[in-house]
Design a protein around this ligand. Structure first.
Ligand SMILES: NC(=O)c1ccc[n+]([C@@H]2O[C@H](COP(=O)([O-])OP(=O)(O)OC[C@H]3O[C@@H](n4cnc5c(N)ncnc54)[C@H](O)[C@@H]3O)[C@@H](O)[C@H]2O)c1
Length: 331
């Protein structure tokens, strides 16, 4: 594989994981990083020995030696860096939600087409073997055409204090929307949603959505931030897909691993991102590896779909509107 040079913009909790994961991929060099917080920039730069450090993404994006950029900034400000990176000739991975505005998501896709670059959404669950196996079961005919789908995604109340900055539909449900659209291979035609604002934040702590697809599939989503931190359950997710030929399901309630210490019990994530023997592993690394490998050999990263991500934002918009008005939304 040709050496792939990458940059990461946004070095919060998830951006740092991107740096960690890229650095574990042979043939990939992280040559530049950016964050508006100088202290965080210095800390990540020192930790990984990266010399190209920027507090202004536009300055970083003037470099001509970068093949791929991860945009890992706040949910609502992915657009400017993405458009400038594409204009400068770089491929871009945009974290989920690619945007909270449909017009912005469409603008990213149009810019990628215009500049003949790849823009890829950070929907890494397609690289989690459990979700991927369900997709393969649908494709092979073992499960058949999906008729009924259920997705639950539950996180802790403590995480909500950080992430209530963005509506639950974009922050959390959007992962499952991408999976449902992928599984159904179909557009959504109607949306009905109900929210519960338990803590009084702008975003609902509990969100239910019922979708009908053009394919005839129905899908139900429950995203909530109600797990008490003391329960020690970092993730409490489940999925069930009933197809014409069979059913697939799993329930992760964490990873299967439990750590008991003086503070109680913790079920740490080991599927999405973990570091083992100094090297990153999990769905994030697999996603970035796939993308770098495609770029290295000049192939299209077709396993992911920005078109699906754009439709996911269209559906998330309808969920927000339906939860606010109580009305069913036709797309
Ligand atoms: N795919 C996943 O499973 C997954 C997991 C976690 C987070 N995310 C997504 O990743 C993104 C970042 O999430 P996070 O949890 O790391 O958030 P965070 O708040 O911890 O970090 C965001 C960082 O971006 C920096 N930043 C903001 N605007 C910037 C700009 N214009 N230029 C440079 N730096 C800027 C901030 O200073 C901060 O350090 C969000 O879109 C989030 O939804 C995805």
């Amino acid at each position: 594989m040709t050496k792939v040079k990458v940059a990461v913009i946004g070095l919060g909790s998830w951006g740092e994981c991107h740096v960690e994961a890229y650095r574990s991929i042979p043939g990939v060099d992280v040559v530049a990083i950016c964050d508006t917080r100088p202290q965080q920039l210095m800390q990540v730069g020192e930790r990984f020995g990266i010399e190209g450090r920027y507090t202004d993404s536009m300055e970083l994006l003037q470099r001509r030696d970068i093949d791929l950029v991860s945009v890992v900034t706040f949910e609502e400000n992915h657009l400017a860096s993405t458009l400038e990176a594409l204009r400068s000739g770089m491929h871009v991975l945009v974290e989920k939600p690619v945007s909270t505005k449909l017009q912005e998501a469409k603008a990213m896709l149009e810019a990628a087409d215009r500049h003949q670059r790849h823009v890829v959404p950070g929907h890494l669950l397609r690289f989690d073997p459990r979700y991927a196996e369900i997709y393969q079961g649908i494709q092979s005919g073992k499960i058949g055409k999906p008729k009924s789908m259920y997705f639950k995604r539950a996180r802790t109340k403590g995480m909500f204090e950080i992430y209530n900055r963005t509506h639950t539909a974009y922050l959390s449900t959007v992962h499952d929307l991408d999976l449902a659209i992928w599984y159904a291979s179909s557009r959504v035609k109607s949306v009905k949603a109900v929210g519960n604002w338990v803590t009084g934040a702008d975003s609902p702590d509990i969100l239910w959505a019922l979708l009908q697809f053009e394919s005839g599939a129905a899908a139900c989503f429950n995203s909530n931030w109600m797990t008490p931190d003391q329960a020690g359950i970092v993730m409490n997710d489940s999925v069930e897909v009933i197809g014409t030929e069979g059913t697939a399901q799993f329930d992760n309630r964490g990873s299967g691993l439990e750590l008991w210490d003086r503070n109680g019990r913790l079920t740490p994530d080991i599927n999405i991102h973990r570091v083992m023997n100094g090297s990153a592993a999990g769905a994030l690394r697999d996603q970035l590896h796939y993308l770098c490998e495609c770029i290295g050999r000049g192939a299209d990263p077709v396993y992911t779909s920005f078109q699906d991500a754009v439709h996911g934002i269209e559906v998330a918009n309808a969920i927000v509107q339906s939860a606010a008005t109580g009305k069913e939304i036709m797309l």
